[in-house]
Structure formats: C-alpha cells, structure tokens
Design a protein around this ligand. Structure first.
Ligand SMILES: Cc1cc2nc3c(=O)[nH]c(=O)nc-3n(C[C@H](O)[C@H](O)[C@H](O)COP(=O)(O)OP(=O)(O)OC[C@H]3O[C@@H](n4cnc5c(N)ncnc54)[C@H](O)[C@@H]3O)c2cc1C
Length: 372
C-alpha cells in the first residue's frame, strides 16, 4: 500500500528526510516550501565525527566541500585539529532536492493551518495526505541566550593563502559576549567570513558586524573585490525548559533536534531521517510517538550542554566568556569531537567541569549551574 506523505518546509531536515524516504517504494511524497527554493540561505557545517560512517556516506552527496583539518585561535594559543569538516551550501542543497523531487516540490507555497491529515495553504487551497510532517524550522527562544552571526561570502582581490578553515578566531576583540571570527576558504580567493557572538540578545546590528568583518580582513591584508552573498541568524542557546512534545509529527529544530550549545542540527536531522525511513509502516500516530520519545531523550542528552550554557551566559561576565571556550579548546581532540557530536561521556563531563569551572567565579558558577 502506498502512503501519501506531505512535508511542510523544504529546509535541512526535510531535504534529508526526502533523500531517505525516496529509498522506499511505498511512499508518495509532496513537499511544500514557502520560499523560492529549498534550503533558504545557509551554509551548514558538520564534523565527520558527528555522524556514523554509514550516515556520512549518504550525507556526502549533499556536501559542497570538505577539509581535512581546521584551526582555532585564542588570546593565549592557536591549535590545528585534524578531522574532516564538511560544508553544505544551500544552493547545492537546493539543486539536489529540486532534482530529486521534480514536480513533487511546490515552492512559494505557504501552509497556514495544519491538522493530522489536511494542510490549508495561505491561498485557501486544501491538501490531504495520509501523513503530514511539519518541518517549518521555527524555534522557541524563551529562556535562552543566542549564538548570533553575520557571514559574508567574499571574493578577495588576491589569494588569501588559507589551506583550512579557521573555525574560531577568538583572539579578536570581545564584543556582546563571547565573539569569534569564522573563515571557510572555498577556493584560493573566495571565503565565507562570519562574525559570531554568544550574546544575551538576538538583535544583529548588520552595519556594525560588517565593519568588524572589514577590520578583520584589513588586519590580514585582505581586500574585498566583491561581496557575493550574506547570511545572518540568531540561534537560540537554551538554558532550561522542557522537551518539546507535539500532537502530530514535527521534525528539525522545531522538534527540538539541535545541539544546545552550538545550535547545529545536521547530525540530528540525519538521525531523524534514518529513524523515520526505517519505520515498518508510516502512520501519524506511530511517528508522533517516535518523535516525542526521541525529543525527550535528546532533551535529556542535552542537559549537560544547557548547564554549560548557563555557566557561560550567567556565570561569566560577557567579556570573560572567551575564557570558557579558551579553556575548553585545551582538551584532547577526542573530547572536543564528542562535545560537537553531543556525545560527552561522564568522564568528559567531569573533566570539562573541573577545567571550565575556575574560568568563572565560583559563586556565580554554582548559581548559574543550579538556576533555570
Ligand atoms: C544562517 C544559518 C546558518 C546555520 N549554520 C549551521 C551549520 O553550519 N551547521 C548546523 O548544523 N546548523 C546550522 N544552523 C542551524 C540549523 O541547523 C539550521 O537552522 C537548519 O536549517 C534547521 O533545519 P530545519 O529543517 O529545522 O529548518 P530550516 O532549514 O529552516 O527549514 C524550514 C523550511 O520551512 C519553510 N517554511 C517555513 N514556514 C513555512 C510555511 N508556513 N509553509 C511552507 N514552508 C515553510 C522555510 O522557508 C524553510 O525552507 C544554521 C542556521 C542558520 C539560520
């Protein structure tokens, strides 16, 4: 029997789910996207150690570029870490998803009301399906700090000489909280350069971010020939709350599937896509149960990261937050990899707390750790 599956939103979690569901012969897919194309305007990155070898194999065709190692820089040290780092550019993602879906993808089509089996579009049209999956990417930002950034993809006048990404240059002046510059070298003259801040508020003063990026480029002797693209976002970095729970299937960041400290979601979106595609039968009840249970488990797995967030945002003064990350990046490469993957062991957590705690005043750290 064929199941008519309708997915609302053609962003990251939806595109990955489409890929997995297309392995099944019993699914007839329709995807609605409110924007002009799938994927929006993003650069999504992840480390090879964030996912299993098998997951990496099917994610690879989505990726635009990868690098074998990367650098981090802090006021007191710089470090090169090995391990493959992958980037998915949303225009490459859009091409792949559009090609895979063909006429099953409807862009510029916004859902207004959603029930278990019917979507009402903003145009008033109603669409029925056996299973409706919500992948609209909206996130709650109550009781959270923010990771906010503005990135510019620029063509430089001359080659920059970078051979690997600069994942975090936190030797720059600290503004708004913890601040670092992130640079991805696409080719010898083209880079994505982002000014990122772990800040208390979500507002982004775009002209001020741009001029800080210009100052970084100037300090390196790099001159912009052309700005080709810009992306900006403020990702909620939660302190506390409850696991999300829904009466119908919700995936992606709206479903709670993101890393509480980095805001990243690629590995979790891939995991959910695999879990859904391997269900013996696709029905709303089974899927809602699966997703709510997984969201609860993920929320628990992220508990330690929310504690770190409270220590970072509430235990440390904004200008001191850099010390928390500086201390963290002195850990072993294996522990750092497990942090990004969201898979710290108990031993890792003890080590991270022992080394991180002295970087914030003891009383404030304790208040922050237990507070909510
Ligand atoms: C600029 C930016 C960069 C990021 N970089 C990274 C990164 O490097 N690595 C990482 O892991 N994470 C990153 N993230 C965080 C997170 O992974 C992304 O937000 C990710 O795109 C979330 O996936 P999603 O599928 O939940 O939502 P989205 O990818 O946002 O997809 C939601 C889609 O639903 C559509 N939509 C919304 N409402 C409707 C409607 N009513 N009807 C129809 N369609 C609708 C939207 O247009 C959108 O295309 C980044 C986030 C941003 C904003």
């Amino acid at each position: 029997m064929t199941t008519r599956v309708l997915i609302i939103g053609a962003g990251l979690s939806s595109g990955l789910l489409v890929d997995r569901l297309q392995q099944r012969a019993d699914v007839e897919l329709t995807v609605l996207e409110g924007g002009d194309a799938p994927g929006g305007n993003h650069t999504w990155c992840f480390h090879d150690t964030d996912v299993s070898g098998a997951t990496l194999q099917w994610l690879k065709p989505f990726t635009s570029k990868s690098w074998r190692d990367h650098d981090v820089a802090f006021p007191s040290f710089t470090r090169t870490l090995s391990g493959e780092y992958f980037a998915i550019r949303s225009h490459d993602f859009a091409k792949r998803v559009t090609q895979r879906l063909g006429s099953k993808l409807r862009t510029r089509t916004r859902a207004r009301d959603v029930t278990a089996t019917t979507v009402t579009l903003e145009s008033g049209e109603k669409l029925d399906a056996d299973l409706i999956i919500d992948a609209r990417g909206t996130q709650s930002d109550t009781n959270s700090g923010f990771q906010k950034f503005l990135g510019r993809e620029v063509l430089l006048e001359k080659p920059h000489g970078l051979t690997r990404p600069l994942l975090m240059d936190a030797s720059v002046k600290q503004l708004d909280g913890f601040r670092f510059i992130y640079v991805l070298p696409w080719d010898e003259r083209r880079v994505l350069i982002e000014d990122t801040r772990y800040a208390d508020t979500a507002d982004i003063d775009a002209p001020a971010f741009r001029s800080e990026i210009d100052a970084f480029l100037t300090a390196r002797g790099w001159k912009i020939e052309a700005v080709e693209r810009e992306e900006l976002a403020a990702l909620p970095i939660p302190f506390a709350g409850n696991a999300p729970s829904f009466s119908r299937p919700v995936i992606g960041v709206s479903g709670g599937f993101f890393h509480a400290t980095t805001g990243y979601s690629v590995p979790f979106a891939a995991d959910i896509a695999e879990r859904i595609a391997s269900l013996p039968t696709l029905d709303a009840h089974a899927l809602t149960t699966l997703l709510n249970a997984r969201a609860r488990d993920h929320w628990h797995e992220m508990g330690f990261f929310r504690l770190l967030n409270r220590m970072l945002f509430k235990g440390a003064e904004p200008a001191e937050r850099v010390k928390v990350f500086e201390s963290f990046y002195r850990h072993s490469p294996e522990l750092i990899a497990r942090f990004y993957a969201g898979k710290l062991t108990w031993a890792d957590k003890l080590i991270a707390l022992r080394r991180g705690a002295p970087t914030v005043p003891a009383f404030r750290a304790m208040k922050a750790a237990w507070g909510s």
